[in-house]
Design a protein around this ligand. Structure first.
Ligand SMILES: N[C@@H](CCC(=O)N[C@@H](CS)C(=O)NCC(=O)O)C(=O)O
Length: 229
């Protein structure tokens, strides 16, 4: 097989790449990395010394592609399918990229900060940083609640790279800092969860949910009807 993905089924940044692969039924060899296992971690770091996944290996083109957004750009450029992740029109393209960055910077990162803090020894925890991360999530929710009231997908009327980022970011952020009654956000997360690609990612992650380090475990949201495309 030409493509191999190094990933873990529970890892939110890996979900971005998996959604893109599943959207277009792109064939790839899955390679689950267990960073808790010395050999698995060492084998992975020999490929990508930063030790962060997802990483896509393209044997036919001799490329090692790291960083979830770049993996998606790469798939869109070299293994395109029916779902195009970067729109062709320049105005739509910068919007899709901007919202991709938004979800990584202002949801994924604070969510990760809260989760990773819980994995530290008690004396090394950072309650102030966790409070800041929670405040960041709440202000992102308030902004998104207004934004998502007027469109079905993150960057407009079509599913793009931004929705690949939004899906795991909102799913895990809602677990660590529930957005409760926010109706546009709940509706959007429901649409994402009903999308076949993300539904499959969640089904594959579910056996690992008990490993999530916070008391409140992730739960697959009830799906909502798809918008007309
Ligand atoms: N900017 C990177 C972030 C990747 C990242 O943080 N991945 C997490 C999993 S969600 C990871 O590899 N964590 C393992 C670790 O930090 O040891 C991307 O977009 O791919």
């Amino acid at each position: 097989m030409e493509l191999m993905l190094y990933y873990h089924p529970l890892a939110s940044f890996c979900h971005k790449a998996l959604i893109a692969l599943y959207e277009n039924a792109t064939p790839f060899e899955p390679n689950i990395v267990d960073l808790g296992d010395e050999k698995s971690a060492a084998d992975f770091k020999a490929i990508w010394p930063m030790g962060k996944f997802p990483v896509l290996l393209d044997k036919s083109r001799g490329c090692t592609v790291a960083e979830s957004s770049i993996v998606i750009e790469y798939l869109d450029a070299f293994y395109p399918g029916e779902t195009r992740f970067i729109p062709v029109a320049p105005d739509d393209a910068w919007r899709a990229r901007m919202w991709d960055r938004f979800f990584d910077e202002y949801l994924e990162k604070p969510m990760q900060h809260i989760v990773v803090d819980r994995l530290r020894p008690e004396a090394k925890r950072d309650p102030f940083g966790v409070d800041q991360a929670r405040a960041q999530l709440r202000s992102s929710y308030a902004f998104l609640e207004r934004e998502m009231a007027t469109r079905p997908w993150a960057a407009g009327d079509i599913f793009t790279i931004a929705d690949c980022s939004a899906a795991p970011a909102l799913f895990y952020a809602n677990t660590v800092e529930p957005f409760g009654e926010a109706s546009s956000l709940t509706g959007y997360l429901g649409r994402l969860a009903a999308r076949a690609s993300f539904a499959r990612v969640l089904r594959e992650a579910e056996p690992y949910f008990s490993n999530f380090p916070l008391e409140r475990k992730p739960q697959i949201p009830r799906g909502a009807p798809q918008p007309a495309e």
